[in-house]
Design a protein around this ligand. Structure first.
Ligand code: GAP
Length: 511
Protein backbone atom coordinates (compact mmCIF):
# COMPACT_ATOMS: atom_id res chain seq x y z
CA UNK A 1 0.00 0.00 0.00
CA UNK A 2 1.46 3.38 -0.94
CA UNK A 3 0.60 6.52 1.01
CA UNK A 4 -1.53 9.37 -0.36
CA UNK A 5 1.42 11.65 -1.21
CA UNK A 6 3.08 8.86 -3.15
CA UNK A 7 -0.20 8.11 -4.93
CA UNK A 8 -0.59 11.76 -5.90
CA UNK A 9 2.92 11.83 -7.39
CA UNK A 10 2.02 8.75 -9.43
CA UNK A 11 -1.18 10.38 -10.65
CA UNK A 12 0.77 13.37 -11.98
CA UNK A 13 3.49 11.29 -13.64
CA UNK A 14 1.03 8.74 -15.06
CA UNK A 15 -1.04 11.56 -16.56
CA UNK A 16 2.04 12.77 -18.40
CA UNK A 17 3.49 9.41 -19.38
CA UNK A 18 0.24 8.11 -20.87
CA UNK A 19 -0.76 11.25 -22.78
CA UNK A 20 -3.39 12.69 -20.45
CA UNK A 21 -2.01 16.00 -19.17
CA UNK A 22 1.07 18.11 -19.94
CA UNK A 23 2.17 21.36 -18.31
CA UNK A 24 1.36 24.33 -20.53
CA UNK A 25 4.17 25.51 -22.84
CA UNK A 26 6.57 23.09 -21.18
CA UNK A 27 9.44 23.79 -23.58
CA UNK A 28 9.60 27.26 -21.97
CA UNK A 29 9.49 25.71 -18.46
CA UNK A 30 5.70 25.91 -18.27
CA UNK A 31 3.23 28.41 -16.84
CA UNK A 32 2.21 27.95 -13.24
CA UNK A 33 -1.22 26.32 -12.75
CA UNK A 34 -2.00 26.15 -16.47
CA UNK A 35 -2.21 22.74 -18.15
CA UNK A 36 -2.77 21.19 -21.58
CA UNK A 37 -4.89 18.11 -22.13
CA UNK A 38 -3.08 15.59 -24.33
CA UNK A 39 -4.42 12.97 -26.75
CA UNK A 40 -6.06 10.78 -24.10
CA UNK A 41 -6.82 13.65 -21.71
CA UNK A 42 -8.92 15.49 -24.25
CA UNK A 43 -11.02 12.36 -24.87
CA UNK A 44 -11.57 11.76 -21.14
CA UNK A 45 -12.43 15.42 -20.63
CA UNK A 46 -14.88 15.41 -23.56
CA UNK A 47 -16.49 12.23 -22.24
CA UNK A 48 -16.97 13.74 -18.77
CA UNK A 49 -18.46 16.86 -20.33
CA UNK A 50 -20.83 14.80 -22.49
CA UNK A 51 -21.87 12.64 -19.52
CA UNK A 52 -22.76 15.82 -17.61
CA UNK A 53 -24.43 17.52 -20.59
CA UNK A 54 -26.61 14.55 -21.48
CA UNK A 55 -27.69 13.98 -17.89
CA UNK A 56 -28.52 17.67 -17.39
CA UNK A 57 -29.85 18.79 -20.78
CA UNK A 58 -30.92 15.72 -22.75
CA UNK A 59 -32.50 14.01 -19.72
CA UNK A 60 -34.50 17.09 -18.63
CA UNK A 61 -37.22 18.51 -20.80
CA UNK A 62 -37.05 21.78 -18.86
CA UNK A 63 -33.27 22.37 -19.10
CA UNK A 64 -31.67 23.86 -22.21
CA UNK A 65 -28.08 24.66 -23.12
CA UNK A 66 -26.16 27.83 -23.85
CA UNK A 67 -22.68 28.79 -25.01
CA UNK A 68 -22.08 32.40 -23.99
CA UNK A 69 -18.88 34.31 -24.83
CA UNK A 70 -15.95 34.45 -22.42
CA UNK A 71 -15.68 38.23 -22.87
CA UNK A 72 -18.64 40.13 -21.49
CA UNK A 73 -19.61 43.77 -21.04
CA UNK A 74 -17.55 44.98 -18.05
CA UNK A 75 -20.65 46.16 -16.16
CA UNK A 76 -21.61 42.48 -15.83
CA UNK A 77 -18.88 42.09 -13.22
CA UNK A 78 -19.84 45.24 -11.37
CA UNK A 79 -23.43 43.96 -11.14
CA UNK A 80 -22.43 40.45 -10.10
CA UNK A 81 -20.30 41.79 -7.26
CA UNK A 82 -17.06 40.35 -8.63
CA UNK A 83 -15.32 43.72 -9.02
CA UNK A 84 -15.91 44.58 -5.38
CA UNK A 85 -16.05 41.22 -3.64
CA UNK A 86 -14.35 38.45 -5.62
CA UNK A 87 -11.38 38.41 -3.30
CA UNK A 88 -9.33 35.85 -1.44
CA UNK A 89 -7.66 36.67 1.89
CA UNK A 90 -3.95 36.46 1.19
CA UNK A 91 -1.04 36.10 3.61
CA UNK A 92 2.71 35.95 2.98
CA UNK A 93 5.34 34.20 4.99
CA UNK A 94 8.11 36.73 5.58
CA UNK A 95 10.87 34.12 5.81
CA UNK A 96 10.00 31.83 2.91
CA UNK A 97 8.45 34.63 0.77
CA UNK A 98 5.67 32.14 -0.01
CA UNK A 99 2.11 33.32 -0.46
CA UNK A 100 -0.91 31.47 0.93
CA UNK A 101 -4.65 31.81 1.23
CA UNK A 102 -5.27 32.55 4.90
CA UNK A 103 -8.63 30.73 4.87
CA UNK A 104 -7.04 27.62 3.33
CA UNK A 105 -4.33 27.51 6.02
CA UNK A 106 -7.05 27.60 8.68
CA UNK A 107 -9.26 25.06 6.89
CA UNK A 108 -6.32 22.66 6.55
CA UNK A 109 -5.67 23.00 10.28
CA UNK A 110 -9.34 22.25 10.99
CA UNK A 111 -9.23 19.26 8.63
CA UNK A 112 -6.36 17.81 10.67
CA UNK A 113 -8.57 17.95 13.77
CA UNK A 114 -11.28 16.16 11.83
CA UNK A 115 -8.79 13.47 10.83
CA UNK A 116 -7.66 13.05 14.43
CA UNK A 117 -11.28 12.48 15.46
CA UNK A 118 -11.69 9.95 12.63
CA UNK A 119 -8.57 8.12 13.80
CA UNK A 120 -10.02 7.75 17.31
CA UNK A 121 -13.24 6.39 15.80
CA UNK A 122 -11.36 3.87 13.65
CA UNK A 123 -9.22 2.77 16.60
CA UNK A 124 -12.35 2.15 18.65
CA UNK A 125 -14.00 0.30 15.77
CA UNK A 126 -11.06 -2.10 15.64
CA UNK A 127 -11.06 -2.51 19.42
CA UNK A 128 -14.80 -3.18 19.84
CA UNK A 129 -15.43 -5.02 16.58
CA UNK A 130 -19.03 -5.83 15.68
CA UNK A 131 -20.46 -4.36 18.89
CA UNK A 132 -19.09 -0.86 18.05
CA UNK A 133 -21.76 1.85 18.16
CA UNK A 134 -20.27 4.83 16.31
CA UNK A 135 -23.15 7.22 16.98
CA UNK A 136 -22.84 6.60 20.73
CA UNK A 137 -19.03 6.79 20.66
CA UNK A 138 -18.83 10.22 18.97
CA UNK A 139 -21.06 11.85 21.59
CA UNK A 140 -19.35 10.27 24.59
CA UNK A 141 -15.64 9.94 23.82
CA UNK A 142 -13.80 12.93 25.31
CA UNK A 143 -11.08 13.14 22.67
CA UNK A 144 -13.52 12.99 19.75
CA UNK A 145 -15.72 15.65 21.37
CA UNK A 146 -12.66 17.85 21.96
CA UNK A 147 -11.42 17.60 18.36
CA UNK A 148 -14.85 18.14 16.87
CA UNK A 149 -15.65 21.11 19.10
CA UNK A 150 -12.29 22.73 18.32
CA UNK A 151 -12.81 22.21 14.60
CA UNK A 152 -16.28 23.74 14.72
CA UNK A 153 -15.17 26.74 16.79
CA UNK A 154 -12.24 27.50 14.50
CA UNK A 155 -14.32 27.36 11.32
CA UNK A 156 -17.11 29.42 12.87
CA UNK A 157 -14.70 32.10 14.07
CA UNK A 158 -13.04 32.29 10.65
CA UNK A 159 -16.42 32.53 8.92
CA UNK A 160 -17.49 35.35 11.27
CA UNK A 161 -14.26 37.28 10.75
CA UNK A 162 -14.36 36.95 6.97
CA UNK A 163 -18.01 37.97 6.97
CA UNK A 164 -17.13 41.14 8.92
CA UNK A 165 -14.00 41.68 6.79
CA UNK A 166 -12.05 41.51 10.07
CA UNK A 167 -8.75 40.44 8.52
CA UNK A 168 -6.79 41.28 11.67
CA UNK A 169 -8.74 38.55 13.47
CA UNK A 170 -8.01 36.07 10.69
CA UNK A 171 -4.31 36.73 11.24
CA UNK A 172 -4.79 36.49 15.02
CA UNK A 173 -6.44 33.10 14.55
CA UNK A 174 -3.49 31.85 12.46
CA UNK A 175 -1.10 33.01 15.20
CA UNK A 176 -3.17 31.57 18.06
CA UNK A 177 -3.34 28.18 16.33
CA UNK A 178 0.41 28.44 15.70
CA UNK A 179 -0.10 27.60 12.06
CA UNK A 180 3.26 27.36 10.31
CA UNK A 181 4.27 27.69 6.65
CA UNK A 182 3.55 24.14 5.35
CA UNK A 183 6.81 24.17 3.38
CA UNK A 184 9.27 25.65 5.86
CA UNK A 185 7.65 25.60 9.31
CA UNK A 186 8.14 29.37 9.75
CA UNK A 187 5.45 31.28 11.70
CA UNK A 188 6.60 34.73 10.63
CA UNK A 189 3.48 36.03 8.84
CA UNK A 190 2.50 39.35 7.23
CA UNK A 191 -0.95 40.86 7.76
CA UNK A 192 -3.86 39.34 5.84
CA UNK A 193 -5.11 41.39 2.88
CA UNK A 194 -7.69 40.96 0.12
CA UNK A 195 -6.70 40.15 -3.45
CA UNK A 196 -9.09 40.31 -6.45
CA UNK A 197 -8.97 37.15 -8.52
CA UNK A 198 -10.17 38.43 -11.89
CA UNK A 199 -7.80 38.64 -14.86
CA UNK A 200 -8.04 41.94 -16.69
CA UNK A 201 -7.60 42.46 -20.43
CA UNK A 202 -8.21 45.23 -22.94
CA UNK A 203 -10.54 45.63 -25.91
CA UNK A 204 -9.58 48.17 -28.57
CA UNK A 205 -6.96 49.10 -31.12
CA UNK A 206 -5.07 51.78 -29.19
CA UNK A 207 -4.14 52.13 -25.55
CA UNK A 208 -6.04 55.43 -25.15
CA UNK A 209 -9.35 54.11 -26.49
CA UNK A 210 -9.15 50.65 -25.00
CA UNK A 211 -11.94 49.37 -22.76
CA UNK A 212 -10.98 47.37 -19.69
CA UNK A 213 -12.50 43.91 -19.75
CA UNK A 214 -12.25 40.83 -17.55
CA UNK A 215 -11.87 37.20 -18.50
CA UNK A 216 -14.96 35.65 -16.94
CA UNK A 217 -14.25 34.12 -13.51
CA UNK A 218 -17.39 31.93 -13.72
CA UNK A 219 -19.68 30.89 -16.57
CA UNK A 220 -22.83 31.64 -14.55
CA UNK A 221 -23.10 35.32 -15.49
CA UNK A 222 -23.39 34.44 -19.20
CA UNK A 223 -26.52 32.52 -18.21
CA UNK A 224 -28.02 35.31 -16.11
CA UNK A 225 -27.64 38.00 -18.76
CA UNK A 226 -29.32 35.66 -21.28
CA UNK A 227 -32.11 34.58 -18.94
CA UNK A 228 -34.88 36.48 -20.74
CA UNK A 229 -33.55 35.72 -24.26
CA UNK A 230 -33.69 31.99 -23.54
CA UNK A 231 -36.98 32.13 -21.64
CA UNK A 232 -38.73 33.99 -24.46
CA UNK A 233 -37.16 32.27 -27.49
CA UNK A 234 -37.56 28.82 -25.89
CA UNK A 235 -41.02 29.59 -24.44
CA UNK A 236 -39.70 28.23 -21.14
CA UNK A 237 -41.96 28.04 -18.09
CA UNK A 238 -40.72 28.24 -14.53
CA UNK A 239 -39.19 26.07 -13.17
CA UNK A 240 -36.57 25.72 -15.89
CA UNK A 241 -32.81 25.53 -16.18
CA UNK A 242 -30.02 26.79 -18.44
CA UNK A 243 -26.84 24.73 -18.60
CA UNK A 244 -23.46 25.75 -19.91
CA UNK A 245 -19.91 24.44 -20.02
CA UNK A 246 -16.89 26.59 -20.73
CA UNK A 247 -13.64 28.20 -19.68
CA UNK A 248 -13.29 30.41 -16.63
CA UNK A 249 -10.22 32.25 -15.39
CA UNK A 250 -9.02 33.10 -11.90
CA UNK A 251 -5.71 34.57 -10.80
CA UNK A 252 -5.48 32.05 -7.95
CA UNK A 253 -3.02 32.93 -5.17
CA UNK A 254 -2.32 29.37 -4.24
CA UNK A 255 -2.27 27.33 -7.39
CA UNK A 256 -0.78 24.01 -6.42
CA UNK A 257 -2.20 20.49 -6.39
CA UNK A 258 -1.98 19.92 -10.15
CA UNK A 259 -5.31 20.49 -11.96
CA UNK A 260 -7.25 20.93 -8.71
CA UNK A 261 -6.74 24.69 -8.63
CA UNK A 262 -5.91 26.21 -11.99
CA UNK A 263 -5.74 29.73 -13.38
CA UNK A 264 -7.56 28.69 -16.56
CA UNK A 265 -10.15 25.97 -16.04
CA UNK A 266 -13.51 24.75 -17.21
CA UNK A 267 -16.85 24.82 -15.43
CA UNK A 268 -20.09 22.92 -16.04
CA UNK A 269 -22.84 25.04 -14.55
CA UNK A 270 -26.61 24.96 -14.48
CA UNK A 271 -28.84 27.74 -13.21
CA UNK A 272 -32.34 26.58 -12.29
CA UNK A 273 -34.93 29.38 -12.21
CA UNK A 274 -37.73 28.88 -9.69
CA UNK A 275 -40.65 30.66 -8.06
CA UNK A 276 -39.57 32.80 -5.06
CA UNK A 277 -40.12 30.85 -1.85
CA UNK A 278 -39.61 27.49 -3.56
CA UNK A 279 -35.82 27.77 -3.82
CA UNK A 280 -34.94 25.70 -0.76
CA UNK A 281 -37.11 22.81 -1.95
CA UNK A 282 -35.26 22.88 -5.30
CA UNK A 283 -31.92 23.27 -3.53
CA UNK A 284 -32.56 19.98 -1.71
CA UNK A 285 -33.71 18.41 -4.99
CA UNK A 286 -30.49 19.36 -6.80
CA UNK A 287 -28.30 18.32 -3.89
CA UNK A 288 -29.69 14.83 -4.14
CA UNK A 289 -29.65 14.72 -7.95
CA UNK A 290 -26.08 15.87 -8.24
CA UNK A 291 -24.79 13.45 -5.63
CA UNK A 292 -26.57 10.62 -7.45
CA UNK A 293 -24.91 11.69 -10.71
CA UNK A 294 -21.51 11.34 -9.06
CA UNK A 295 -22.42 8.01 -7.49
CA UNK A 296 -23.57 6.68 -10.87
CA UNK A 297 -19.94 6.51 -11.95
CA UNK A 298 -19.21 3.89 -9.31
CA UNK A 299 -16.12 5.47 -7.72
CA UNK A 300 -17.41 4.58 -4.24
CA UNK A 301 -19.96 6.25 -1.98
CA UNK A 302 -17.39 6.64 0.80
CA UNK A 303 -15.45 9.12 -1.36
CA UNK A 304 -18.13 11.82 -1.27
CA UNK A 305 -19.55 14.03 1.45
CA UNK A 306 -21.53 17.24 1.71
CA UNK A 307 -19.96 20.25 3.36
CA UNK A 308 -22.50 22.96 4.15
CA UNK A 309 -21.03 26.47 4.02
CA UNK A 310 -20.56 28.36 7.29
CA UNK A 311 -19.80 31.57 5.41
CA UNK A 312 -22.34 32.17 2.68
CA UNK A 313 -21.25 34.03 -0.47
CA UNK A 314 -22.77 37.46 -0.96
CA UNK A 315 -25.43 36.02 -3.29
CA UNK A 316 -26.53 32.84 -1.46
CA UNK A 317 -29.12 31.88 1.18
CA UNK A 318 -27.93 28.24 1.31
CA UNK A 319 -24.84 26.58 -0.08
CA UNK A 320 -23.06 23.27 0.09
CA UNK A 321 -20.08 21.60 -1.52
CA UNK A 322 -19.96 18.04 -2.68
CA UNK A 323 -16.50 17.12 -1.44
CA UNK A 324 -14.44 14.29 -2.85
CA UNK A 325 -11.62 12.31 -1.30
CA UNK A 326 -8.78 13.55 -3.54
CA UNK A 327 -5.22 12.23 -3.05
CA UNK A 328 -4.68 15.19 -0.71
CA UNK A 329 -7.87 14.66 1.31
CA UNK A 330 -11.53 15.70 1.09
CA UNK A 331 -11.90 18.90 -0.97
CA UNK A 332 -14.62 20.71 -2.92
CA UNK A 333 -15.59 19.06 -6.18
CA UNK A 334 -18.92 20.73 -6.92
CA UNK A 335 -20.84 23.67 -5.43
CA UNK A 336 -24.62 23.81 -5.06
CA UNK A 337 -25.92 27.26 -4.22
CA UNK A 338 -29.30 28.79 -3.63
CA UNK A 339 -28.43 32.17 -5.20
CA UNK A 340 -31.76 33.89 -4.43
CA UNK A 341 -32.74 36.63 -6.89
CA UNK A 342 -29.45 38.43 -6.28
CA UNK A 343 -27.97 38.15 -9.77
CA UNK A 344 -31.08 38.86 -11.84
CA UNK A 345 -32.02 41.80 -9.59
CA UNK A 346 -28.49 43.21 -9.82
CA UNK A 347 -28.52 42.93 -13.62
CA UNK A 348 -31.92 44.63 -13.70
CA UNK A 349 -30.51 47.48 -11.64
CA UNK A 350 -27.29 47.93 -13.64
CA UNK A 351 -28.82 47.43 -17.12
CA UNK A 352 -32.13 49.16 -16.54
CA UNK A 353 -33.86 46.18 -18.26
CA UNK A 354 -36.56 44.07 -16.61
CA UNK A 355 -35.55 40.44 -16.10
CA UNK A 356 -38.87 39.06 -14.93
CA UNK A 357 -41.20 36.20 -15.63
CA UNK A 358 -44.97 36.35 -15.86
CA UNK A 359 -46.24 33.25 -14.09
CA UNK A 360 -49.69 32.42 -15.53
CA UNK A 361 -50.45 29.95 -12.73
CA UNK A 362 -50.38 32.63 -10.04
CA UNK A 363 -50.97 35.58 -12.36
CA UNK A 364 -47.86 37.41 -11.14
CA UNK A 365 -44.67 38.96 -12.49
CA UNK A 366 -41.55 38.23 -10.50
CA UNK A 367 -37.77 38.01 -10.62
CA UNK A 368 -37.12 34.26 -10.35
CA UNK A 369 -34.94 32.75 -7.65
CA UNK A 370 -32.04 30.59 -8.75
CA UNK A 371 -30.52 27.31 -7.63
CA UNK A 372 -27.12 26.71 -9.17
CA UNK A 373 -25.09 23.55 -9.62
CA UNK A 374 -21.46 24.27 -10.48
CA UNK A 375 -18.93 21.56 -11.20
CA UNK A 376 -15.30 22.04 -12.21
CA UNK A 377 -14.58 19.84 -15.22
CA UNK A 378 -10.86 19.64 -14.43
CA UNK A 379 -11.58 18.74 -10.80
CA UNK A 380 -13.95 16.05 -11.98
CA UNK A 381 -11.17 14.78 -14.23
CA UNK A 382 -8.78 14.64 -11.29
CA UNK A 383 -11.37 12.88 -9.11
CA UNK A 384 -12.00 10.19 -11.71
CA UNK A 385 -8.39 9.79 -12.76
CA UNK A 386 -6.91 9.64 -9.26
CA UNK A 387 -9.42 7.03 -8.03
CA UNK A 388 -9.05 4.96 -11.19
CA UNK A 389 -5.27 4.65 -10.99
CA UNK A 390 -4.39 1.45 -9.14
CA UNK A 391 -1.48 -0.84 -8.60
CA UNK A 392 -2.70 -4.42 -8.38
CA UNK A 393 -0.91 -7.45 -7.01
CA UNK A 394 -1.48 -10.41 -9.32
CA UNK A 395 -1.69 -14.09 -8.44
CA UNK A 396 1.67 -14.86 -10.06
CA UNK A 397 3.39 -12.42 -7.69
CA UNK A 398 3.81 -9.63 -10.26
CA UNK A 399 2.01 -6.29 -10.18
CA UNK A 400 0.20 -4.31 -12.83
CA UNK A 401 -0.71 -0.64 -13.15
CA UNK A 402 -4.31 -0.29 -14.23
CA UNK A 403 -6.44 2.78 -14.85
CA UNK A 404 -9.92 1.56 -13.96
CA UNK A 405 -11.80 4.46 -15.52
CA UNK A 406 -15.59 4.05 -15.69
CA UNK A 407 -15.86 2.57 -19.18
CA UNK A 408 -18.34 5.24 -20.29
CA UNK A 409 -15.60 7.82 -19.71
CA UNK A 410 -12.59 5.86 -20.99
CA UNK A 411 -10.86 7.66 -23.91
CA UNK A 412 -10.62 4.48 -25.97
CA UNK A 413 -13.24 1.77 -25.60
CA UNK A 414 -11.38 -1.07 -27.30
CA UNK A 415 -7.92 -1.88 -28.64
CA UNK A 416 -7.85 -4.23 -31.61
CA UNK A 417 -4.67 -6.31 -31.58
CA UNK A 418 -3.51 -8.76 -34.26
CA UNK A 419 -1.54 -11.52 -32.55
CA UNK A 420 1.18 -11.20 -35.20
CA UNK A 421 1.93 -8.63 -37.88
CA UNK A 422 1.42 -11.07 -40.78
CA UNK A 423 -0.76 -13.87 -42.18
CA UNK A 424 -3.62 -11.47 -42.90
CA UNK A 425 -4.32 -10.80 -39.19
CA UNK A 426 -3.67 -7.00 -39.39
CA UNK A 427 -6.18 -6.80 -42.24
CA UNK A 428 -8.88 -8.56 -40.21
CA UNK A 429 -8.13 -6.24 -37.26
CA UNK A 430 -8.50 -3.25 -39.57
CA UNK A 431 -11.88 -4.54 -40.81
CA UNK A 432 -13.08 -4.83 -37.18
CA UNK A 433 -11.96 -1.25 -36.57
CA UNK A 434 -13.84 -0.11 -39.66
CA UNK A 435 -17.12 -1.54 -38.31
CA UNK A 436 -16.70 -0.28 -34.72
CA UNK A 437 -15.21 3.18 -35.29
CA UNK A 438 -18.53 4.80 -36.24
CA UNK A 439 -19.85 4.41 -32.72
CA UNK A 440 -16.82 3.90 -30.48
CA UNK A 441 -13.34 5.33 -30.18
CA UNK A 442 -11.13 2.30 -30.91
CA UNK A 443 -7.41 1.90 -31.47
CA UNK A 444 -4.99 -0.46 -33.23
CA UNK A 445 -1.71 -1.80 -31.85
CA UNK A 446 0.56 -4.45 -33.38
CA UNK A 447 3.85 -3.64 -31.63
CA UNK A 448 5.39 -5.91 -28.91
CA UNK A 449 4.24 -9.19 -27.41
CA UNK A 450 0.52 -9.47 -26.69
CA UNK A 451 1.03 -9.46 -22.89
CA UNK A 452 2.88 -6.16 -23.05
CA UNK A 453 0.18 -4.69 -25.27
CA UNK A 454 -2.47 -5.72 -22.71
CA UNK A 455 -0.48 -4.00 -19.96
CA UNK A 456 -0.16 -0.82 -22.01
CA UNK A 457 -3.94 -0.71 -22.59
CA UNK A 458 -4.51 -1.39 -18.85
CA UNK A 459 -2.38 1.64 -18.02
CA UNK A 460 -4.23 3.83 -20.54
CA UNK A 461 -7.58 2.62 -19.17
CA UNK A 462 -9.01 0.83 -22.23
CA UNK A 463 -11.85 -1.45 -21.02
CA UNK A 464 -11.57 -4.06 -23.82
CA UNK A 465 -8.72 -5.66 -25.74
CA UNK A 466 -9.74 -7.68 -28.79
CA UNK A 467 -7.15 -10.09 -30.13
CA UNK A 468 -7.26 -11.44 -33.66
CA UNK A 469 -5.38 -14.76 -34.07
CA UNK A 470 -5.09 -17.57 -36.59
CA UNK A 471 -8.35 -19.22 -35.44
CA UNK A 472 -10.15 -15.99 -36.34
CA UNK A 473 -9.51 -16.80 -39.99
CA UNK A 474 -11.29 -20.11 -39.59
CA UNK A 475 -14.19 -19.46 -37.24
CA UNK A 476 -14.58 -15.61 -37.25
CA UNK A 477 -14.14 -15.42 -33.48
CA UNK A 478 -11.73 -13.26 -31.46
CA UNK A 479 -10.49 -13.17 -27.88
CA UNK A 480 -11.99 -10.37 -25.84
CA UNK A 481 -10.09 -9.44 -22.67
CA UNK A 482 -11.71 -7.40 -19.91
CA UNK A 483 -9.46 -4.76 -18.33
CA UNK A 484 -10.70 -5.06 -14.74
CA UNK A 485 -11.09 -8.83 -14.33
CA UNK A 486 -8.45 -9.72 -16.97
CA UNK A 487 -10.88 -12.47 -17.93
CA UNK A 488 -10.63 -13.63 -21.55
CA UNK A 489 -13.43 -15.09 -23.67
CA UNK A 490 -13.83 -16.27 -27.20
CA UNK A 491 -16.64 -14.38 -28.97
CA UNK A 492 -17.87 -14.09 -32.57
CA UNK A 493 -16.75 -10.87 -34.31
CA UNK A 494 -20.35 -9.90 -34.96
CA UNK A 495 -21.10 -9.89 -31.20
CA UNK A 496 -18.42 -7.25 -30.46
CA UNK A 497 -20.65 -4.27 -31.16
CA UNK A 498 -23.29 -5.43 -28.67
CA UNK A 499 -20.76 -6.28 -25.96
CA UNK A 500 -19.13 -2.84 -26.13
CA UNK A 501 -22.42 -1.00 -26.53
CA UNK A 502 -23.90 -2.70 -23.48
CA UNK A 503 -20.92 -1.53 -21.41
CA UNK A 504 -20.75 2.09 -22.56
CA UNK A 505 -24.32 3.11 -23.27
CA UNK A 506 -25.33 6.02 -21.01
CA UNK A 507 -28.67 4.37 -20.26
CA UNK A 508 -26.95 1.64 -18.29
CA UNK A 509 -24.97 4.18 -16.25
CA UNK A 510 -27.57 6.81 -15.46
CA UNK A 511 -30.49 4.54 -14.62
N1 GAP B 1 -20.76 30.02 -10.28
C1 GAP B 1 -20.39 29.59 -8.99
C2 GAP B 1 -18.96 29.32 -8.86
O1 GAP B 1 -18.17 29.62 -9.73
P1 GAP B 1 -17.19 28.26 -7.26
O2 GAP B 1 -17.41 27.43 -6.02
O3 GAP B 1 -16.29 29.43 -7.17
O4 GAP B 1 -18.65 28.71 -7.68
C3 GAP B 1 -17.49 26.21 -8.82
O5 GAP B 1 -16.71 27.30 -8.43
C4 GAP B 1 -16.63 25.02 -9.15
O6 GAP B 1 -15.63 25.38 -10.11
C5 GAP B 1 -15.83 24.48 -7.96
O7 GAP B 1 -16.59 23.57 -7.20
C6 GAP B 1 -14.67 23.79 -8.63
O8 GAP B 1 -15.02 22.49 -9.04
C7 GAP B 1 -14.45 24.65 -9.88
N2 GAP B 1 -13.32 25.58 -9.67
C8 GAP B 1 -13.35 26.77 -9.04
N3 GAP B 1 -12.14 27.35 -9.06
C9 GAP B 1 -11.32 26.50 -9.72
C10 GAP B 1 -9.94 26.53 -10.08
N4 GAP B 1 -9.17 27.57 -9.79
N5 GAP B 1 -9.42 25.47 -10.75
C11 GAP B 1 -10.20 24.41 -11.08
N6 GAP B 1 -11.51 24.34 -10.78
C12 GAP B 1 -12.07 25.36 -10.11
Amino acid sequence: MINKDEHFKRVVSHAKEYGYIFGSSEIYDGLSAVYDYAQNGVELKNNIRTYWWKSMVQMHQNIVGLDAAILMHPTTWKASGHVDAFNDPLIDNKDSQKRYRADVLIEDFAEKLHQKAQKEIEKARTRFGESFDEAQFVVTNERVIKYQTQQKEILERMARSLEKEDLADVKALIEELEIADPDTGSKNWTDVRQFNLMFGTKLGASAENATDLYLRPETAQGIFVNFLNVQKSGRMKIPFGIAQTGKAFRNEIVARQFIFRMREFEQMEMQFFVRPGEELKWYEHWKEKRLNWHLSLGLGKENYRFHDHEKLAHYANAATDIEFDFPFGFKELEGIHSRTDFDLKAHEKFSGKKLQFFDPEINENYVPYVVETSLGLDRMFLAVFSKALKEEALEDGSTRIVLQLPSILAPTKAAILPLVKKDGLPEIAQRIIDTLKWDFNVTYDEKDAIGRRYRRQDAVGTPFCITVDHDTKVDHTVTIRYRDSMKQERVPIDKLYDIIHQEVTIKNWLT
